[in-house]
Design a protein around this ligand. Structure first.
Ligand code: GLU
Length: 457
């Protein structure tokens, strides 16, 4: 497979929409997959919207997702500058080239691109006027995703506005040519621009890149396009909510692409190995926040322990959790790694490990008291656990078995709910015995003893 030169060409707006992030990811993956080059090019010709802050949000989001670029802002490269605002001389040169080839003309202060073909005039309903049209050869776009798209431009179009600003179509194509871009992977909303782009490539004597237009993303429900604004549609929202960058990457990869074998969870290396343009689907993708949450949970489980710990510490610190006992904190976190659904939920999930004043979940309490006599069970289990000298998961298992046996039971399950509730205030969480083992004998017995006072019945 030949090495691709691909680009992500955002116009920074101050937020980093998930749809753009997906375009960036598909380009990044394809570059990595082919051992090629991923270029970040900033389409900042709209001066008012493109502020330095807007660019910072974008670059920060890219870095957070781990989508490092080989050429572009802050890293440089042989094809720069990578900001359209700094490339006016390149555009000028190409506009002159079009003039020289008789493919550009001036009218009313603007510069138009001249189509080739027979000219005729026609009354146009939309413009309510006679307009000049051109019978051009249709352009055949061999889009990797859409298949063969045949369209023709009918009217000359503006390439430089009367204020001197070159328009998007021109700068986009000139940049793709001068940066040696081999594959244009971008949103389907640009498919309608592609005939214009093909005309420009040809007029400038350049071969066409391979096009791959990726499907739209629909809202989680209903037929509409995914919202542009609101909470949960930008990369920053997920960073703030402590999602794993790779959880989001894995989810975005599946928005319009699949590996043909229904695999849902991928490591970064697996994505790179399996991603290719033929796996991009034609049909629209659907944004499903539940799926994102699920993938995020699964990716938390798959993290190497050290990485998980490293990610947890700032989250817990900013929530004010006292982690002065480092070894204990580490045990707690590793115990919870396979159970917690998100890092956002982590501070609440582990609160009772760090605070004697933890709260009791009232629903779980009601359930417990509805079923028999929990305080009698508590007295029994407290006595059994008090006898354990060498406090660890094995001896605790043994203590529970002995308790069951001396009460004529096969299994100790009837003592579990009350034990869990008195020491944690919840009805769920990590497996009971490892949890007791980590909490330690002293905490467990103190909590059992204070339970009747803290939880009046
Ligand atoms: N600046 C354009 C956009 O953000 C890029 C289009 C392209 O990738 O060619 O949609």
């Amino acid at each position: 497979m030949s090495q691709a030169r691909v680009r992500f060409a955002p116009s920074p707006t101050g937020t980093f929409h998930l749809g753009s992030a997906r375009t960036a990811l598909f380009n990044w993956l394809y570059a990595k997959h082919t051992g090629g080059t991923f270029v970040l090019r900033v389409e900042d010709t709209d001066r008012e919207r493109n502020t330095a802050e807007a660019l910072t949000v974008l670059l920060k989001g890219m870095r957070w997702l781990g989508l490092d670029w080989d050429e572009g802002p802050e890293v440089g490269g042989d094809y720069g500058p990578y900001y359209q605002s700094k490339r006016s001389s390149v555009y000028k040169e190409h506009i002159e080239k079009l003039f020289a080839a008789g493919r550009a003309y001036e009218k009313g202060g603007a510069v138009f691109f001249k189509l080739e073909g027979e000219r005729y005039t026609e009354y146009d309903e939309y413009h309510k006027a006679e307009v000049e049209k051109v019978r051009t050869e249709p352009q055949v776009i061999n889009d990797v995703v859409r298949g063969q798209v045949v369209r023709a431009e009918e009217r000359d179009f503006v390439i430089v506005r009367s204020n001197g600003q070159p328009v998007f179509h021109l700068v986009n194509v000139v940049d793709d040519i001068t940066m040696g871009i081999t594959h244009v992977i971008r949103g389907e909303d640009h498919l309608s621009n592609t005939t214009k782009h093909c005309e420009l490539f040809q007029a400038l004597g350049s071969p066409l890149p391979v096009f791959a237009h990726i499907p739209m993303i629909l809202n989680s429900s209903g037929p509409g396009k995914m919202s542009k604004r609101g909470d949960g549609v930008h990369v920053e929202d997920y960073e703030r909510r402590h999602f794993l960058p790779h959880g989001l990457v894995n989810f975005l990869a599946l928005l319009g692409w699949n590996s043909k074998d229904d695999q849902e969870l991928f490591s970064r290396d697996e994505l790179i190995a399996k991603f290719d343009l033929h796996g991009i689907q034609k049909g629209n993708a659907r944004f499903d926040e539940k799926k994102l949450a699920h993938i995020n949970t699964e990716q938390i489980r798959r993290l190497p322990e050290e990485d998980f710990l490293e990610l947890c510490i700032p989250v817990l610190q900013s929530a004010g959790v006292d982690m002065s006992d480092g070894a204990y904190s580490e045990q707690v976190l590793l115990l919870c790694q396979s159970k917690v659904r998100s890092l956002m939920e982590l501070p609440d999930f582990v609160a009772y490990f760090f605070d004697e004043d933890f709260s009791f979940d009232s629903k779980a309490g009601e359930r417990l008291f509805k079923k028999g006599e929990p305080l009698d069970r508590l007295t029994e289990v407290r006595a059994a656990l008090a006898k354990v000298d060498d406090w660890n998961a094995e001896s605790l298992d043994q203590a529970f078995s002995d308790l069951a046996e001396s009460n004529g039971q096969d299994k100790p399950f009837q003592w579990f709910p009350v034990t869990r509730y008195t020491v944690s205030g919840t009805g769920g969480g990590p497996d009971l015995v490892p949890m007791l083992s980590v909490l330690g004998k002293e905490r467990v017995l103190v909590r059992m003893d204070s339970f009747p006072y803290r939880y009046p019945t």
